[in-house]
Write a protein that binds this ligand. Structure first.
Ligand SMILES: Cc1cc2nc3c(=O)[nH]c(=O)nc-3n(C[C@H](O)[C@H](O)[C@H](O)COP(=O)(O)O)c2cc1C
Length: 170
């Protein structure tokens, strides 16, 4: 069993691009997830909210802050019954409020990650992982959580070499 999963959360719609709000058709984290899929040949799974955050940046920001403050565990679409067949899981997400979007917490709490390897990657606007690496280790007891990679959201398209060399590390 040496199957790889690339599980990621990413949002389209308005976001800051080099300091200005723009509408994105593909989110920063999804750009990176696709590259990792190319490099590893793993399976992609989008942690896709049942109730998506708004396309409007300010509304989304408030919705996500409320979910964080309430410690919500919002649902995502088509949850796999099990992750038993995977031994390596790339976990990709944007930094939201200094940690992971709450849907990613839902994902992590749903499955048994013991004896699996987790490789976390965050895209961000300056805060890198915030508390997310510690949070992942706390939630996924028994998993081997490898050193993560932080990619500036604006550089998602221009970080191939950095991403590839991190993918090759164990
Ligand atoms: C609701 C929300 C909260 C955010 N909070 C932070 C933060 O605390 N620190 C940070 O560096 N970036 C923060 N960002 C910026 C995102 O992490 C960054 O733009 C990321 O690349 C977006 O990924 P995506 O396009 O895949 O959704 C936030 C963005 C949103 C929408």
């Amino acid at each position: 069993m040496t199957k790889t999963l690339i599980a990621y959360f990413s949002r389209t719609g308005e976001n800051f691009v080099q300091g200005t709000i723009k509408g994105l058709e593909v989110g920063n984290t999804e750009i990176v997830a696709r590259k990792i899929q190319e490099f590893t040949g793993g399976d992609l799974f989008k942690i896709d909210p049942v109730v998506p955050y708004d396309d409007d940046y300010d509304i989304c920001s408030n919705q996500a802050r409320q979910d964080f403050q309430n410690q919500a565990r919002p649902e995502f679409k088509n949850p796999p019954a099990t992750l038993k067949e995977y031994d390596t899981i790339y976990l990709l997400f944007p930094n939201y409020w200094n940690t992971m979007p709450m849907h990613v917490w839902t994902f992590l709490e749903r499955y048994d990650f013991s004896n699996k390897t987790i490789k976390p990657l965050v895209t961000h606007m300056g805060s890198r992982f915030g508390t997310a690496e510690i949070d992942i280790a706390n939630v996924c007891k028994g998993a081997r959580v490898l050193k993560g990679l932080a990619v500036l959201g604006d550089l998602a398209n221009d970080s191939d070499a950095k991403i590839k060399s991190w993918v090759e590390l164990n």
